[in-house]
Design a protein around this ligand. Structure first.
Ligand SMILES: NC(=O)c1ccc[n+]([C@@H]2O[C@H](COP(=O)([O-])OP(=O)(O)OC[C@H]3O[C@@H](n4cnc5c(N)ncnc54)[C@H](OP(=O)(O)O)[C@@H]3O)[C@@H](O)[C@H]2O)c1
Length: 320
C-alpha cells in the first residue's frame, strides 16, 4: 500500500508494508483522514508516535473495515466507520483497536466523518468528562477558528453554555454563525478584560486553552470562582510560573491532558462517551463537522502548509 512517510522533515507519498491487525484490531481501508496541528510537530521531530503506533502521521480517519484481527466482536468487513488513531491515518490502510472505532454519525457522509474523532474525543474528554461544563455556564475557547475550536464552540452551545472565543478578526463572523456569543480579537483586545466585560466581572467557568505558558496567568485572571482551565496545547510555550495564590483565590483548577499518549482502554472509554453523548448531537444537526477544504492524500504537504498559515477555519481533510 501507499502512505505518507516523514523523511528529513519532509512528507513523501511512497510504498510501505501492509498493516497487520493485532488482537482486537481491525484494518480500515481509509477514505479520508484529517490534518491535525500535532502532525506538523511530528514532521518536525517534536512529537514521536507512542510505542506500537504506526510511524506515519494521522490521528483520525474514516473508511471501510477490510479485515478483522483475532478477538474482534461486534464489527464486520464492509462496515463504514470513523476512528481515533495513535498514528497512521495518512495511509491507504491502517490498523485500529476496535475500541477506537465509531460509527459514521447519522446524516454525515463517510468523508465528513473523518473530521470528527480527534476533536470530539479531545474536547469531550476535557470539557465534559473532566471539567463538567454545565448549561448556563460561561465557556472560553481559545483559538476558536481551529479544528478543536470550531467543534468546542458548537458543543458548548449544544450543552447550553455561553460561548466566548478568541480568534483573529477575519474569523469572527463565521464563529458567530457557529454559535459563539462573544468573539474576541486576541491581536487587538485584552481577552481578560473582554471576558470580564462579557460576564459582568465574574469570568469564565471553563477555559479550553491551546496557548499554554503565555496565557496561564491571564487565564487565571479571566476565571470565575470555581472555574476550570484545561490546557491542551502549548502554542505559546510549555514552561510558566503558576501563581498558586491567584488560583486559590478563585478556587480554580488547572489540568492538562494529551489524548494521543493515553492507553487503548482509556481511549476506548473516551470513544464510548463520545458515541453516547456527542453522536446524538451530531445526528440532530447541533454539532457539524466544519471542513475548510480537502486535498488528495498524496498532497499532504500542501495541506500541512495551509494549516501552518492558520488561514483555515475548522478542519483540513485528506482524501484517498
Ligand atoms: N492535548 C490534546 O490531546 C490535543 C488534541 C488535539 C489538539 N490539541 C491541540 O489543540 C490545538 C489546536 O489543534 P488543531 O489541530 O485544531 O489546530 P489548528 O486548526 O491548526 O488551529 C490552531 C489555531 O491556533 C490559533 N491561534 C494561534 N495563536 C493564537 C492565540 N494567541 N490566541 C488564540 N488563538 C491562536 C489560530 O487561529 P487564528 O487564525 O485565529 O490565529 C489557529 O486557528 C493545537 O495546539 C493542538 O496541539 C491537543
Amino acid at each position: 500500500m501507499h502512505a505518507i512517510v516523514i523523511e528529513d522533515k519532509q512528507l513523501r507519498w511512497t510504498e510501505v508494508p501492509e498493516p497487520e491487525p493485532g488482537d482486537n484490531e481491525v484494518i480500515v481501508d481509509v477514505t479520508a483522514a484529517a490534518v491535525n496541528r500535532a502532525d506538523l510537530l511530528q514532521r518536525e521531530g517534536h512529537y514521536p508516535p507512542p510505542p506500537g503506533a504506526p510511524d506515519y502521521p494521522g490521528l483520525e480517519c474514516s473508511g471501510v473495515i477490510s479485515a478483522l484481527g483475532p478477538g474482534v466482536e461486534g464489527h464486520h468487513v464492509g462496515e463504514r466507520v470513523c476512528a481515533l488513531l495513535a498514528g497512521g491515518g495518512y495511509a491507504e490502510r491502517v490498523a485500529v483497536p476496535a475500541g477506537q472505532l465509531l460509527p459514521v454519525p447519522a446524516g454525515l457522509s463517510l468523508v465528513e466523518a473523518a473530521a470528527l474523532p480527534e476533536v470530539a474525543c479531545t474536547v469531550w474528554s476535557n470539557v465534559v468528562s473532566h471539567d463538567r461544563l454545565r448549561a448556563g455556564e460561561t465557556f472560553l475557547v481559545h483559538g476558536g477558528g481551529s479544528g478543536i475550536g470550531t467543534f468546542a464552540v458548537q458543543l458548548g452551545k449544544a450543552l447550553g453554555a455561553t460561548v466566548l472565543v478568541t480568534a483573529r478578526a477575519a474569523k469572527h463572523e463565521r464563529l458567530r454563525a457557529l454559535g459563539a456569543d462573544v468573539t474576541i480579537d486576541y491581536q487587538e483586545q485584552d481577552f481578560v478584560r473582554a471576558v470580564r466585560d462579557a460576564t459582568g466581572g465574574r469570568g469564565a467557568d471553563v477555559v479550553l486553552d491551546i496557548i499554554g505558558a503565555k496565557y496561564l496567568a491571564r487565564n487565571i485572571e479571566a476565571l470565575a470562582p470555581g472555574g476550570r482551565i484545561s490546557v491542551i496545547g502549548f502554542q505559546g510555550g510549555a514552561r510558566a510560573e503558576l501563581d498558586l495564590g491567584a488560583l486559590m483565590a478563585k478556587r480554580g483548577t488547572v489540568s492538562s491532558t494529551s489524548l494521543r499518549a493515553r492507553p487503548v482502554p482509556e481511549k476506548s472509554r473516551i470513544v464510548a462517551g463520545v458515541r453516547e453523548q456527542v453522536w446524538p448531537l451530531v445526528a440532530a444537526g447541533l454539532v457539524k463537522p466544519i471542513i475548510h477544504t480537502t486535498f488528495p492524500l498524496a498532497e499532504a504537504a500542501q495541506a500541512q502548509r495551509l494549516m501552518e498559515s492558520s488561514d483555515h477555519l475548522g478542519k483540513i481533510l485528506l482524501l484517498r
